[in-house]
Design a protein around this ligand. Sequence first.
Ligand SMILES: *[C@@H]1O[C@H](CO)[C@@H](O)[C@H](O)[C@H]1NC(C)=O
Ligand SMILES: *[C@@H]1O[C@H](CO)[C@@H](O)[C@H](O)[C@H]1NC(C)=O
Ligand SMILES: *[C@@H]1O[C@H](CO)[C@@H](O)[C@H](O)[C@H]1NC(C)=O
Ligand SMILES: *[C@@H]1O[C@H](CO)[C@@H](O)[C@H](O)[C@H]1NC(C)=O
Ligand SMILES: *[C@@H]1O[C@H](CO)[C@@H](O)[C@H](O)[C@H]1NC(C)=O
Ligand SMILES: *[C@@H]1O[C@H](CO)[C@@H](O)[C@H](O)[C@H]1NC(C)=O
Ligand SMILES: *[C@@H]1O[C@H](CO)[C@@H](O)[C@H](O)[C@H]1NC(C)=O
Ligand SMILES: *[C@@H]1O[C@H](CO)[C@@H](O)[C@H](O)[C@H]1NC(C)=O
Ligand SMILES: *[C@@H]1O[C@H](CO)[C@@H](O)[C@H](O)[C@H]1NC(C)=O
Ligand SMILES: *[C@@H]1O[C@H](CO)[C@@H](O)[C@H](O)[C@H]1NC(C)=O
Ligand SMILES: *[C@@H]1O[C@H](CO)[C@@H](O)[C@H](O)[C@H]1NC(C)=O
Length: 330
Amino acid sequence: MGKFGMLQGKRLCFLVTLIVCLWWTLQLKGADGQLTDPSEVEALDDIRNSLTDPSGSLRVWDRGDPCTSNWTGVLCFNTSLDDGYLHVRELLLLNMNLSGTLSPEIGRLSHLQILDFMWNNIIGTIPKEIGNIKTLQLLLLNGNQLTGSLPEEIGFLPNLDRIQIDQNFISGSIPTSFANLIKAKHFHMNNNSLSGQIPPVLSTLPFLVHLLLDNNNLSGYLPPELAQMPQLKILQLDNNSFDGTTIPASFGNMSHLVKLSLRNCGLTGPIPNLSKISNLTYLDLSFNQLNGSIPPDKLSDNITTIDLSYNRLTGSIPSSFSYLPRLQKL
Ligand SMILES: *[C@@H]1O[C@H](CO)[C@@H](O)[C@H](O)[C@H]1NC(C)=O
Ligand SMILES: *[C@@H]1O[C@H](CO)[C@@H](O)[C@H](O)[C@H]1NC(C)=O
Ligand SMILES: *[C@@H]1O[C@H](CO)[C@@H](O)[C@H](O)[C@H]1NC(C)=O
Ligand SMILES: *[C@@H]1O[C@H](CO)[C@@H](O)[C@H](O)[C@H]1NC(C)=O
Ligand SMILES: *[C@@H]1O[C@H](CO)[C@@H](O)[C@H](O)[C@H]1NC(C)=O
Ligand SMILES: *[C@@H]1O[C@H](CO)[C@@H](O)[C@H](O)[C@H]1NC(C)=O
Ligand SMILES: *[C@@H]1O[C@H](CO)[C@@H](O)[C@H](O)[C@H]1NC(C)=O
Ligand SMILES: *[C@@H]1O[C@H](CO)[C@@H](O)[C@H](O)[C@H]1NC(C)=O
Ligand SMILES: *[C@@H]1O[C@H](CO)[C@@H](O)[C@H](O)[C@H]1NC(C)=O
Ligand SMILES: *[C@@H]1O[C@H](CO)[C@@H](O)[C@H](O)[C@H]1NC(C)=O
Ligand SMILES: *[C@@H]1O[C@H](CO)[C@@H](O)[C@H](O)[C@H]1NC(C)=O
């Protein structure tokens, strides 16, 4: 009886272990048995191995399947595609104290829409392989320590809505290929070391709303063509060196402009007639060598700030400045 009971006990124990094991395996596979595309799993592995993770933000990245085991920052499409696999839709690794580099294998996340590494300490360059992710909509790398230049491959992303690389150490010029980003609304590239001229061909971008390039090392002249951008609302170019060139008269034709900031850019010549820009709210042309008199025409009723200080302007303040109802700072 004792011996028989012990044997039964052992069998039961074995059976229970087996069931626990099976249950665990099923859990890992996900309730419906769906799995992440193996090449994306490999890519995520490589991405993690290139990063340094002192705070252990990615410690769950060795448990189970990325899409079904709640991996930190990995968001997937909730159903599989025709290939039978789940795919990563968003990689959201912002503010995780990550350092190390960005693996070129990021380019294998072929269905990705959002790539977000904002506010970490990542070094190295922006992998050109990001240009392979044709589905990418948001490229958010601001607030890191990235170096090297902008890969021209990124200019061929047909769905890119926004590129944010501000607050890094990116150098080199703005690739002319960026003129192909026909869906782009936001270029946030301020606070880097970009150099060379602003490519005039960027003026063909039909939906660009924000062009932020302040605090770089850009030079050459300001392309008059930029005024042709039909949707531009914010143009910030402070702290660059367009030394000895003028503000194109065409800038007075940027009908949707809300903010124009060209502080400390080495600009000379006259202030253009900006009276036609009906929503202009913020105008800063200070710390240049602008000369001549201030245009007499009345600026937008919406204007709150006009800073023309530290220039070589002559004549008096136009009387039209007395009739600006929202002016707070002159
Ligand atoms: C971030 O990482 C550094 C080491 O690189 C560490 O000293 C620091 O404590 C971490 N900060 C947080 C908030 O985890
Ligand atoms: C997924 O993980 C996060 C923390 O990383 C946690 O807050 C959340 O509750 C988890 N969700 C599920 C469904 O386990
Ligand atoms: C899957 O995602 C789609 C779109 O994001 C959503 O409308 C749908 O409700 C989701 N289905 C499930 C089962 O979560
Ligand atoms: C970065 O740019 C913003 C304006 O776009 C500026 O206010 C800020 O001081 C800059 N930061 C550094 C560290 O240069
Ligand atoms: C900007 O360019 C000048 C010369 O072209 C160079 O001396 C300077 O170091 C550059 N500054 C930055 C921040 O890259
Ligand atoms: C321009 O650079 C100066 C110092 O070089 C800095 O104090 C200022 O905040 C910068 N302007 C903007 C708009 O970032
Ligand atoms: C501004 O636009 C008008 C109408 O499109 C055009 O005739 C004029 O030449 C433009 N001005 C400049 C300076 O480009
Ligand atoms: C001015 O701003 C208003 C409100 O934001 C907007 O409806 C209007 O279209 C703008 N006008 C132009 C010319 O951009
Ligand atoms: C400035 O532009 C406005 C609107 O286009 C126009 O009516 C005005 O005559 C211009 N002023 C000068 C001095 O050319
Ligand atoms: C403005 O300065 C430029 C050169 O810096 C000079 O050629 C031009 O005559 C000046 N214009 C006026 C109105 O003083
Ligand atoms: C500018 O003012 C007009 C009316 O004065 C208003 O309709 C419009 O919304 C304002 N635009 C912005 C950008 O605030």
